[in-house]
Ligand binder design. Structure first.
Ligand code: ADP
Ligand code: 5GP
Length: 205
């Protein structure tokens, strides 16, 4: 993929605060687009189709899979989620930096793809107790789904060391500032000159 924009992968156990953090950072950092995933999960109250997710039926999801339209997809907490390949490729080619909010399985698929370069960030909660408190406090899940998401959290936390950056979301303000710093630092790396080249500051036009 001849990409001009940079791809950022963000993963976290459910309830760690990834969506909250992302909204905060995206309001501060210009030129950053959120990749809207497709999911078979039902919308939560307040979620908008085409904004938070593209909410699709299992049949529509399967058809997209069969047509090879997903850059990656995975079953997460009993629902299916996938990233649209054409949407991501188009935005990257337009020079847009993109954030993928995907789970640890999706990240592993992208890392295996030699055509894609991505910077990965894992968002961790300060503790499992706090994770449970946040998941329950959000009030969007049934007890059964909370148990499922908490059980999966332990496995997801094991993948944290595979990521290039780790951000602990204890204080929201501090975590947002850290995530913002990571994105900005990576953008500077993206603009590094090839070895041997230097910047010519003379104004000879
Ligand atoms: P995720 O997207 O990772 O599943 P959310 O962003 O939905 O998580 O956050 C889960 C809950 O935790 C929400 O109610 C949110 O307001 C709250 N939350 C997020 N970050 C923090 C934080 N740093 N401190 C306390 N509560 C937080
Ligand atoms: P939620 O249902 O709480 O919105 O998301 C549940 C999990 O699915 C989160 O870990 C989130 O990162 C992940 N997820 C969201 N979109 C995608 C996607 O396109 N691909 C994959 N693999 N995971 C996703």
């Amino acid at each position: 993929m001849a990409a001009k924009g940079q791809l950022f992968i963000l993963s976290a156990p459910s309830g760690a605060g990834k969506t909250t953090l992302l909204k905060k950072v995206m309001a501060q950092v210009v030129g950053l687009a959120f990749s809207v995933s497709h999911t078979t999960r039902s919308p939560r109250s307040g979620e908008k189709d085409g904004v938070d997710y593209h909410f699709v039926s299992m049949e529509e999801f399967r058809t997209m899979c069969d047509q090879g339209l997903f850059l990656e997809w995975a079953e997460v907490h009993g629902n299916f989620y996938g990233t649209s390949r054409p949407a991501v490729v188009k935005q990257l080619e337009q020079g847009q930096d993109i954030i993928l909010d995907i789970d640890v399985q999706g990240a592993a698929i992208i890392w295996k793809d030699p055509t894609i370069e991505a910077v990965s960030v894992f968002i961790a909660p300060p503790s499992l107790q706090e994770l449970e408190k946040r998941l329950r406090g959000r009030g969007t899940e049934t007890n059964e789904t909370i148990e499922l998401r908490l059980n999966n959290a332990a496995r997801e936390m094991e993948a944290a060391s595979d990521y290039e950056y780790l951000v602990i979301n204890d204080s929201l303000e501090e975590a947002a500032a850290t995530l913002q710093a990571v994105i900005i630092a990576q953008r500077c790396r993206g603009h590094r000159l090839p070895t041997g080249e230097s910047i010519d500051l003379r104004n000879d036009t």
